[in-house]
Design a protein around this ligand. Sequence first.
Ligand code: UT7
Length: 333
Amino acid sequence: MVHIKDRAIARHSRIMSVGVYRPAREVPNSEIIEAIDSSDEWIKERSGIHSRRIAGDDESVVSMSVAAARTALTDAGISAEQLGAVICATVTYPFQTPSAATDIAMQLGAPKVPAFDISAACAGFCYGVGLASDMVRGGSADYVLLIGVEKLSDFTDPTDRGTAFIFADGAGAVVIGPSAEPGIGPTIWGSDATARDAIMMEPSWVDLRDPDSLGWPDIKMQGQTVFRWAVYQMAPVAQEALAAAGISAQELDAFIPHQANERIIDAMAKAMDLPTEVAIARDIRTSGNTSAASIPLAMDTLYRQGQIKSGDTALLIGFGAGLVYAAQVVQLP
Ligand code: UT7
């Protein structure tokens, strides 16, 4: 039998740095409400959102990613050539192929690095953390650049009452690399594909060829279905991630969930009985729901608010279209 040589690397991984990009234009609720017959009060009360950032024509999935990635690379002290992979989590890159990650890698000056996108919607960042961590631990990369990015404004109907006030734009990037101590706990992930029609981008690209097509593909969401799923199903997943990492809620410094709705964040924190000292990310108030970008953006905001520091222990959880979810405990960079 032929002997296949394998990399016999068994090492730990950690998040080394985080960088973000927030679009310049801040859009308050007052600019959204007329088209959806809503009010500032309703949006704040039902979602927690006060304002969001919406990218301009000069701010693309790739440009936002490159900006966030440059900060993450500088803070990690890693050059683009040292990267073993570039992973981009997004559902709003407007080209089916080639990937956003290859363009990002090229613009960072690393056009030879393995690069690919993952489509796991609002769970994309946590899917990516699990993937990158396993790549580093398994030896297929020393340093992985992971980006969560969305320009949801390109795929949101500004007259849709169920989505227009929620979705927004932005990018967050992390470098994941080797570590002497475990810096990323086991990823608890899965899907509930029987409910995959609860959030859909429709019609398909192919349907667009039909002259009677419904028009541009926008994201449609059965808000209440997703809300109930998130509130009742996601706290147990978060608790499983804590148990898998051998961490109790009392030992946590921060809870950084996907920023879907402030009421979902509150319900999860309550269901997990999080101590009041645990910092809870509420970046949704000024960033809206940026899908794959929401967790690194929320992490950045907690740093800027002085609520977390390097070395703190945080619980991350992402959930969304699929329906898919992923959670893990991490040591903050
Ligand atoms: O990121 C991916 C995962 N996504 C999520 O987790 C999102 C989960 N869902 C949600 O966050 C919430 O379902 C929404 C924020 C989208 C909607 O809040 P809701 O409390 O579920 O609203 P609803 O659809 O149950 O509507 C409640 C009421 C209805 O009026 P009646 O029937 O009670 O008179 C709606 O017609 O609010 C009305 N309504 C609105 N009113 C003002 C629905 N949308 C609006 C609106 N402005 N935009």
